[in-house]
Design a protein around this ligand. Structure first.
Ligand code: AMP
Ligand code: ZN
Length: 491
């Protein structure tokens, strides 16, 4: 069976074949590390994890690069607002991001480049584009001239009339461009407060790289001139990915990526996420409300990536039940396998059918709903057979167990669920995070006696509490967890 994926550039489902047989080169736009990633960001990262794992399931060796955007307008604004060096903002946010990554059981990409470590390569890319006559310089900044880039805007399906309007939305208005549609490659550093926190020398004077340039440079550095798959959320289609294509193809004259995949956004309780609605939940906030990471993981994975996903608290409860059903089922298979009490060889056949249905569904542009229904079909049928099991009858439990394990190599929910089993580290983390939330509420209400009592309760279980400016750090065993502090009215 062969995998088909939806390519945003051609707007079609196409059979997937990597350029180099057996090896997939994949680039994933990573987080902008100005603030802790929210559950919406993790919808995108989780689906990319699913894609990566499924490619592994299909037998490909995957080389995934996920950058960390640690210099851009937002990170600079955050550092300038606090009057601190850029790294004082980005380092702790990266630490929190990696913690959440681990909590949710995502696989580590092969490379995680930080933009600030690749500025030299970015400058080189601007030089190449300049040598090819695709840029112009104005007051220390360098711009990409899109009229010299045939096919510009194709990814986003925007014609030149649409681009005139879109160009204004791209955030470069304050710069001195020949054409409002052009985008900045190198931002002259003597502008505004920027210079104080992020400046590099360049042939055009001091400045810093544009966001789009960063991804082109890091992707080509690690993966070569043509990638197999480039992913991101739908908001990246324009201008970010559109400009990545213009820069990369402008520099190499080659196709930048064979496939462009984009995930739709996550909504919370049916509404767009926004700071003003207070629904930009972070992972520790959800865990602090008592939700298991395995349930969060399951819910984020359970909708098709090209449809919006509605994240609800009812959905989280249902997700926890689904994960537990699978978990109990796997326990039952393990026991049946050991006792050799399974019903008949039918169980092996049922498992083989389920695995084939799972693969057919995932091959169809990662149709997770169908794939999950194949898995739960196996749970239902196998439970039924096991209910009727005859002691000492031949067992098919091992085959069913192998199927559940194969499924979980792709979905990764049981691996996270295992950590949460009673007494495990996961349970302590969830409990401690919830207690810190309670302590924060007590502090907000100026009930310091209660806050102290909670700290003592945490320490009694070996959890050390440290209050830092932006968050509370918990140390337990060899681990350190950062719990963000809710914004108070006075701040
Ligand atoms: P950012 O940190 O803003 O650069 O975003 C990191 C990733 O999260 C990008 O791939 C975005 O497309 C994605 N993203 C941002 N908001 C959402 C959302 N509400 N739902 C799904 N993905 C999102
Ligand atoms: Zn990017």
């Amino acid at each position: 069976m062969s995998l088909r994926l939806h390519d945003s550039l051609t707007r079609r489902l196409r059979p997937f074949e990597p350029v180099e047989p057996g090896r997939v080169r994949m680039y994933t736009c990573g987080p902008t590390v100005y603030d802790r990633a929210h559950v919406g960001n993790f919808r995108a990262f989780m689906w990319e994890d699913l894609l990566r794992r499924y490619l592994g399931f299909k037998g490909y060796e995957v080389c995934q690069v996920m950058n960390l955007t640690d210099v851009d307008d937002r990170t600079i604004a955050a550092a300038a607002a606090r009057g601190v060096p850029l790294a004082d903002v980005t380092d702790p946010v990266i630490e929190m991001f990696l913690e959440d990554w681990e909590t949710l059981g995502l696989e580590e990409p092969e490379h995680r480049p930080r933009a600030t470590r690749f500025v030299e390569g970015m400058i080189r890319l601007v030089e190449i584009l300049s040598e090819r006559g695709l840029t112009y310089e104005s007051e220390g900044s360098v711009y990409f001239a899109i009229e010299r880039s045939p096919g510009y805007g194709r990814l986003a399906g925007i014609d030149s009339a649409g681009l005139a309007a879109a160009g204004r939305a791209a955030g470069d208005e304050e710069y001195d461009k020949d054409d409002p549609r052009d985008f900045v490659l190198w931002k002259g550093g003597d502008r505004g407060a920027d210079g104080a926190v992020a400046v590099w020398d360049s042939p055009w004077g001091p400045g810093r790289p544009g966001w789009h340039l960063e991804c082109s440079a890091m992707a080509m550095h690690h993966l070569g001139e043509t990638l197999d798959i480039h992913t991101g959320g739908v908001d990246n289609l324009f201008p970010h990915h559109t400009n990545e294509i213009a820069q990369s193809e402008g520099a190499t004259g080659k196709k930048f990526s064979e496939f462009w995949l984009h995930a739709e956004h996550l909504l919370v309780e049916g509404r767009k996420m926004s700071k003003s609605l207070g629904n930009c939940f972070t992972i520790p906030e959800l865990v602090g409300r008592g939700h298991a990471p395995s349930a969060i993981r399951y819910l984020l994975l359970s909708g098709h990536y090209r449809a919006q996903l509605n994240f609800t608290f009812d959905g989280l409860e249902a997700a926890a039940k689904a994960v537990n059903r699978l978990y109990e089922f796997r326990n039952r298979l393990r026991e049946a396998g050991e006792a050799k009490t399974a019903a008949s060889t039918d169980l092996g056949e049922v498992a083989a059918r389920a695995l084939a249905a799972f693969e057919a569904a995932m091959d169809d542009d990662l149709n997770v709903s169908e794939a999950l229904s194949a898995v739960f079909g196996l749970v239902r049928e196998a439970n039924h057979l096991l209910d009727r099991a005859h002691p000492r009858a031949p067992s098919g439990a091992e085959a069913a167990l192998a199927t559940i394990d194969a499924f979980d190599r792709v979905f990764g929910v049981l691996a996270v669920r295992d950590r949460e089993s009673s007494g495990g580290d996961g349970e302590l983390v969830a409990w401690a995070t919830a207690r810190v939330g309670e302590r924060e509420r007590a502090r907000t209400n100026r009930d310091f006696a209660r806050a102290d009592a909670i700290r003592a309760e945490l320490e009694a279980r070996g959890v050390i509490v440290e209050d830092l400016a932006e968050y509370t750090r918990l140390r337990m065993g060899g681990r350190s967890i950062q719990v963000p502090r809710p914004l108070r009215a006075t701040r």
